[in-house]
Design a binder for this molecule. Sequence first.
Ligand code: CA
Length: 220
Amino acid sequence: MRLLLVEDDPMIGESVRAGLQQDGFALDWVQDGRAAELALQTNQYDLLLLDLGLPRKGGLDVLAALRRRGDAIAVLILTARDAVTDRVKGLDTGADDYLVKPFDLEELAARIRALLRRQSGRADPVIKIGNLSINPATHEVSLDAEPVALSAREFALIHALAARPGVVLSRAQLEEKLYGWGHEVESNTVEVYIHSLRRKLGADAIQNVRGVGYVMPKPS
Ligand code: CA
């Protein structure tokens, strides 16, 4: 899953980036409101982490513009302001959740997982597709109740596909879910991971839609 972090405090930004990358998220980080708008218009993100007090354009203005143009991305506000009115205003402007700084990175990751699962229409924290189950919190994967060991990238890829079974994701979209900015992506990386996932999870777990991309079929 690929996230955009908008945060002008370098210490908070660095710790959030390190923590979430450790958790297997691809994360891009910008430090002002205008850079956030540019990033949102040029990349596809699964979730936005948005500070409110930002240079060049405030977080509330970024959020309002986002919702005005019909963007439904999940938004979690990160704010040092502990005034109730700011939080209410953020939620009423279209945010889905908020955290008041200083916050715990584990709580941030848990809130992100909750928003992502609601966004994909699930309430169960464990994704179950046929005989496969995927736990985004623990990164545990099992097939027919037997644990399957996956690398961090393999997990990120199967998680992206399993979050929306039946939806085809192109190679470029999958690369976006795996890598943030500044990562050199080998041209056949996605194919290599898909090959390895099929070996571990069964050849039918992921289908190739020729010329379009990859999909996890919905169980019938
Ligand atoms: Ca700030």
